[in-house]
Design a binder for this molecule. Structure first.
Ligand SMILES: *[C@@H]1O[C@H](CO)[C@@H](O)[C@H](O)[C@H]1NC(C)=O
Length: 557
């Protein structure tokens, strides 16, 4: 009844608005981890806050300031008065409030890091640092007292994050668990109660074991966060960028990402070792267009002017912050040669990214017809130049990219080809390949065990088509998650038309559930078809590795 008073109503709603300053586009800011690991301290953090302001990163939009692991006390105790986590006063003798005040005085927003386990991740094993599990309310109140507006709630499984206790056997591996949503949801509820509107669930792209089978974080993190980590950690080097961007493929296609729900591809490695400047630029463009959070994680006080320019590219930032929050999708992969990604922007423009996969300097060509576009104004986001036409060629270095924004778009009027779909399970199977039931498959069955040490294969025959060279469509499942330290989040198939030389084709992760997570209509350019007689397509593996499981194949009628 008290809420019927207009004065109180106004007061309440004003307070509500102030508390719910929801960030619906990806956060942009700075995080300490890739520069400082779990060893931040007062002086180093002060330097970064000042440099972000003085080098115009804050003005460019990098506003969320985040200290990662290493801020909390190492004595295994909580604050005896509040029950909240304590600050490590060796690293931060004045506490964190002065740093929060400094960052906020420069126009930034303060954020905090915690962990949904018994112990926080730490390089020391077992971790001596407490996590937030069971103390979420006290920790949320403590974060709020620092004027926190966003919390990174870290994974509670890994080889140095103790999920259930400090003993060695409570240091859980990256296995699916049933308690991800309840643990993360508890922190989310407590943050909402104190008016902290943003939370990243940093569960490493590990699937949740639900009653209906494995679910990726894009599914289970929705409604209990504003953002989720789609992958394991990034690390230095191109292979980590490639691993994560392959894992982003199915998430981008899922339709689950949008304003207020961000797929976070992890911190940026721009400025750190082991990538060429071209690779760093491609990495940045990919993260920007995937609508990932853009969290710089390097020493910005010493960063080269060239890399400052990459990170402050206004056109890429505008695409990242586009109100539609629609990630680019992988349109087509020419395995070992190039990837073509594209995505719609709120005003009808289209963002395009073409990435060299040949790892050599070359001419990178974009044909807009591949996007169903006959002509457009094409802005090269690296040079700022705009041309009008139907294609763009550019010389790039190894793993370089074309990052484009198309406007004034003329859609192609050419009729799309008609496809005939053939269930892979109608093919002839050999060497261990078998059929399995598949509830997500159009044909209710799939073919598995293609490749492997037995060399399993399937040959589909009696295919008629009107095109000798064409884009064949594959509905496939690849649920093999690749983590840091080797995985690529792709499975490779060898595909041969009419017994000709096999083409090597990469199929990115399609999800986590081998019974359901089908990637539909994956485009693979194949040639060698007869347009008069019948054809065969044979699919097997490469080496002893497995190819993806196959639902069906679409061939141009
Ligand atoms: C415990 O919390 C109180 C209240 O926020 C604070 O003043 C005090 O400094 C904290 N003590 C430690 C050791 O963190």
């Amino acid at each position: 009844m008290v809420w019927t008073s207009p004065a109180l109503l106004a007061l309440a709603s004003a307070g509500h608005v102030a508390a719910q300053n929801l960030q619906s586009t990806p956060i942009m800011g700075w995080n300490s981890y890739n520069q400082l690991s779990c060893s931040p301290n007062n002086d180093k953090i002060t330097t970064q806050i000042n440099a972000l302001a003085s080098r115009a990163f804050v003005a460019a939009g990098y506003k969320f300031f985040q200290i990662d692991c290493g801020w909390a006390s190492r004595d295994g105790l909580r604050n005896s008065t509040t029950g909240a986590l304590k600050i490590d006063t060796n690293a931060f003798p004045n506490g964190l409030k002065p740093l929060s005040d400094l960052a906020r005085s420069k126009g930034m927003k303060w954020t905090m890091y915690s962990d949904a386990g018994v112990r926080m991740c730490d390089p020391q094993l077992p971790s001596p640092v407490l996590g937030s599990l069971g103390h979420e309310a006290a920790d949320a109140a403590f974060f709020k007292s620092l004027n926190t507006e966003y919390v990174k709630s870290d994974r509670f499984i890994d080889d140095n994050c103790y999920a259930d206790g400090p003993a060695a056997n409570q240091n859980a591996p990256k296995d699916p668990r049933t308690d991800f949503p309840t643990r993360m949801g508890t922190m989310w509820n407590e943050l909402k109660k104190v008016g902290i509107p943003g939370m990243l669930i940093c569960q490493w792209g590990t699937p949740y074991s639900s009653s209906s089978g494995l679910q990726g974080p894009a599914q289970w993190a929705k409604g209990i966060s504003t953002s989720f980590r789609l992958s394991d950690d990034i690390a230095s080097g191109w292979s980590n960028v490639f691993r994560i961007y392959n894992q982003a493929v199915h998430v981008a296609k899922s339709g689950l990402i949008g304003p207020g729900f961000i797929a976070d591809a992890d911190l940026l490695e721009v400025g750190n070792s082991d990538m060429t400047s071209d690779e760093q630029a491609t990495h940045f463009a990919a993260w920007a267009m995937l609508k990932s959070a853009l969290m710089i994680s390097t020493d910005v006080s010493t960063l080269s002017n060239d890399l400052v320019a990459v990170l402050q590219n206004k056109d890429l930032i505008a695409i990242n912050q586009d109100s539609a929050v629609k990630p680019i999708s992988l349109v087509q992969r020419w395995t070992g040669d190039r990837d073509l990604w594209a995505g719609d922007l709120a005003n009808g423009d289209v963002a395009v990214l073409v990435v060299d996969l040949s790892n050599a300097g070359r001419t990178l060509n974009v044909q807009l017809s591949s996007l169903g576009i006959s002509s457009a104004s094409i802005k090269d986001l690296w040079t700022g130049q705009t041309t009008t036409g139907s294609s763009l060629s550019k010389q790039v270095n190894a793993h370089g990219s074309q990052a484009l924004r198309l406007s004034n778009i003329q859609r192609s009027t050419a009729a799309k080809p008609t496809y005939n779909y053939i269930s892979a399970s109608t093919g002839s199977l050999s060497s261990g390949a078998n059929t399995q039931s598949c509830s997500g498959c159009s044909s209710s069955t799939k073919v598995g065990y293609l490749g492997g040490s037995n060399g399993g294969r399937v040959t589909i025959s009696n295919i008629r088509t009107s095109q000798a060279t064409q884009i064949v469509r594959f509905d496939y499942i690849n649920g093999e998650v690749g983590y840091l330290g080797g995985g690529t989040n792709e499975r490779i198939a060898a595909i041969s038309v009419n017994g000709g030389a096999a083409k090597t084709v990469s199929f990115a992760l399609s999800g986590y559930n081998w019974d359901r997570d089908v990637s539909k209509d994956y485009a693979v350019e194949l040639s060698g078809f007869s347009t008069t007689g019948t054809n065969t397509i044979t699919i097997s593996g490469v080496g002893r590795a497995y190819a993806p499981d196959l639902d069906r194949i679409g061939v141009v009628a």
